[in-house]
Design a protein around this ligand. Structure first.
Ligand SMILES: *Cc1c(COP(=O)(O)O)cnc(C)c1O
Ligand SMILES: [Zn+2]
Length: 434
């Protein structure tokens, strides 16, 4: 649990140079730290873009692995052998039926509900954070999680042979808890909400010398989300979309998709083009949406109360940066209530065959709301980010889906049930019509 001396970082294909304060620009060594000593601003990884421009092409990327590591020169790790558990390169699905239902012509779904190994976008950030944790000499890794992050940290730590202790709020869905315990980490289930868990973890990070992926390793961790920008650009045939819609918890993912697009323009991999950034929150925890709607540039923390637990962060670290991006790109940040979130989950499942969790339901419901408000042009190439899998949050839709017909293993029993199912269909249609 000691931190090794600074490793050599500028290998032949690594371009990361320093940690840099997002507020005052002060630069720091590439260690495990996340806050500026002068102004307490967040630290971010800085790269040598000239070097990237000279050494990276579409072809070098396409010759790489079928995972996030095809973009390794843009990620803050020095090793040539990162932890690769097949994370990334998830499908970008062109939507037909959902698009038609909403009245959109060019809608794409980035489907991280099937990301490897734990079925959420968090596998991206954790693959990067744990690779960097190993480089920095950490032997125990940890996180403050709303659920998916604990799944990813525990799974990828198991794969890499790292000791792991994760912290979660005690009211998480059963699937999220089991999806962590199975990897046999130490799990601390904390009586409190995510923001309280996070505060506790900041203290533990200071006293135990562990690598907390989203605290002292946060500058490296958050870079993993850029791959959601890179992949979409590559999968669209090396072009940027016109509009993206993504969920916001801390706001990090949202800001890093933006950084990913910008970097691809900067090094000449795609043409520059304005991309609108719109964000989705759950009404029961919508501090970023509220600040956006009220035209504020500061966040008033809230106490979360929503079924969308994976994005329930009351005091979002990157909220102000997310607001800034939505404003300057002519996007918007808005929220939907729990009933709309459930409808969003069902709508995506019934039109596209994708079962997403509450965060995805939030994003689909916000997409629908934006279309209805005329804030998405039907001709825009719109990408909606689905970040997690519905099998992990089954509680959310319990009671809102149909039930199986229980029958005897006999033909007449089946025929009777089939008749009943047709009657039920008719009844549902009658309900729709009245
Ligand atoms: C964590 C999470 C997010 C958002 O993460 P931030 O980077 O903190 O905004 C979105 N969707 C799912 C499913 C998540 O688990
Ligand atoms: Zn600073």
């Amino acid at each position: 649990m000691t931190q090794a001396t600074q490793p050599k970082t500028h290998s032949t294909t690594a371009a990361f140079e320093a940690l840099k304060c997002k507020e005052c620009g002060a630069e720091y060594e590439l260690k495990a730290s996340h806050v500026c000593e002068f102004c307490f601003g967040p630290l971010e990884v800085k790269y040598d873009y000239e070097f990237l421009r000279r050494t990276v092409t579409r072809e070098t990327i396409q010759a790489g692995p079928n995972s996030i590591w095809r973009y390794r020169p843009f990620l803050p790790v020095a090793t040539n052998t990162p932890i690769d558990v097949g994370t990334g390169m998830t499908p970008l699905v062109q939507s037909n039926r959902l698009a038609r239902r909403l009245g959109l012509k060019k809608l794409y779904i980035k489907n991280d509900a099937v990301n490897m190994p734990t079925l959420s976008f968090k596998d991206r950030v954790v693959s990067v954070a744990l690779t960097r944790a190993q480089e920095l000499g950490f032997t125990t890794v940890s996180c403050a999680s709303t659920g998916n992050l604990a799944n990813s940290t525990a799974a990828i730590a198991a794969h890499a042979g790292l000791d792991c202790c994760v912290f979660i709020p005690s009211d998480l869905e059963a699937g999220k808890v089991m999806g962590t315990l199975i990897y046999n980490p130490t799990v601390m289930s904390v009586h409190g909400n995510y923001d309280q868990v996070n505060r506790l973890c900041s203290e533990v990070a200071n006293t135990h010398g562990w690598g907390f992926v989203n605290i002292n390793l946060r500058p490296y961790y958050s870079e993993g989300s850029k791959t959601l920008g890179y992949e979409v650009a590559e999968q669209l045939g090396w072009q940027l979309p016109d509009h993206i819609v993504a969920p916001l918890a801390s706001g990090s993912l949202f800001t890093k998709i933006y950084k990913g697009f910008q970097e691809f323009v900067e090094v000449g991999l795609v043409d520059a083009k304005p991309v609108r950034f719109s964000g989705a929150q759950a009404e029961g925890c919508s501090p970023i949406a509220k600040a956006f709607e009220e035209g504020r540039d500061f966040i008033s923390p809230v106490k979360p109360n929503t079924i969308a637990k994976s994005i329930a962060i009351g005091n979002p670290a990157d909220g102000v940066y997310a607001i800034d991006i939505a404003r300057k790109t002519n996007g918007t940040i808005t929220s939907v209530n729990d009933a709309e979130i459930i409808e969003g989950i069902k709508l995506l499942a019934e039109t596209e065959g994708i079962f997403t969790e509450t965060a995805g339901g939030t994003t689909i419901a916000v997409l629908k709301k934006l279309v209805e408000a005329g804030k998405i042009d039907p001709e825009e190439v719109t990408v909606v980010y689905i970040t997690g899998n519905g099998l992990k949050t089954q509680e959310a839709v319990q009671g809102y889906v149909g039930e199986p017909f229980t029958i005897e293993p006999k033909l007449d029993s089946f025929e009777r049930a089939l008749e009943r199912s047709k009657t039920l269909d008719r009844l549902e249609w009658q309900q729709v019509l009245v």
